[in-house]
Ligand binder design. Sequence first.
Ligand SMILES: NC(=O)c1ccc[n+]([C@@H]2O[C@H](COP(=O)([O-])OP(=O)(O)OC[C@H]3O[C@@H](n4cnc5c(N)ncnc54)[C@H](OP(=O)(O)O)[C@@H]3O)[C@@H](O)[C@H]2O)c1
Length: 311
Amino acid sequence: MNILITGGTGFIGRHLISDFLSRSSDISFTVLSRRKAPQVCRLFRNVPADKLKIINTAGELQGRTPDILIHLAGSPVFTMIPFFENTAELESSRAGYTAGLFRSLASAGMLPGTVIMAGSTGIYPPDEKPAPEESAAGNTFPARLAGSWENAATETLEELRNSGCISEIPRLITMRFSTVMGKDGGFLKPFIMTKRQPVIIPGNGNSMLSWISIPDTAEIAWNLIRKWPDFSGKINLAVPDPLSLNEICRDIADLNRAAFTAHLPEMPLKILKPQTAAFLLLSNTARPAALARLGYHFHYENFREFLKTVI
Ligand SMILES: NC(=O)c1ccc[n+]([C@@H]2O[C@H](COP(=O)([O-])OP(=O)(O)OC[C@H]3O[C@@H](n4cnc5c(N)ncnc54)[C@H](OP(=O)(O)O)[C@@H]3O)[C@@H](O)[C@H]2O)c1
């Protein structure tokens, strides 16, 4: 089975690739990346060459239709550089890139029958009560960003079907990621770069956050391919019980023996980086209703227990 993956060089993508390859010998990946091959190869030093091909454009697939597309690419939400907020790039690297990718694969007759893409639980209105998949979308910047990304996927597929470019809509799954926790990327990495690092909590820390471990993320993605072939639609990747930012940061500070903990005042962040503030200061919770229906058992539901495995 060949899997075409975008964003395979990122935090979640790297884990999916190494996890899937360790599970089955019949899997190979084609990584569609903006980076040059040597740079990507360095990230996958331990992967045999016949298991991983790197391409820079969909045209390089050379007529070989992948079995599955895993589409994770998107410009990072939290960056300090550029100092201004590059909202246009956040949008175009998601909605714009998705539409362009689907069109170019479909016009070459190489759009796979299964498409698994990244989404975000930021799509729900900020609420301490976790939202199941059928909840309506919110109106914050994270919600609009996630919503336009999902709409770009469904609308482009419908447009391609209506124009006769594809005969049927592929099985489309959106993994709505909550805060994905792992030591080498995402939320956690900046907090645990060094031992005793101070923990700086954005705002008062009372906002609620859903989270999921990277091993659960990889297992769920694997199950979507191998164990749950009939599932399609949106799926929240989140543990059942969210935590407050204070609770999460307290555990990090304790286990990493932080020199001190401090709060970053809300006002300067809201003035200087209003959209980033919406990601950092508003509650972002989701209920794993679809996972519960599928009978999924989490490896990690207790944040502190998971943290002990990475610190
Ligand atoms: N990590 C989380 O907690 C979390 C939560 C919710 C949603 N998500 C979403 O899930 C996806 C994967 O997350 P991640 O943490 O693995 O992200 P990541 O580490 O930032 O990796 C994203 C990848 O997207 C590609 N990319 C970056 N900027 C791009 C641009 N301007 N245009 C096109 N591609 C670009 C890059 O791949 P190349 O350089 O190889 O092209 C990069 O490796 C992202 O879309 C993210 O928004 C993540």
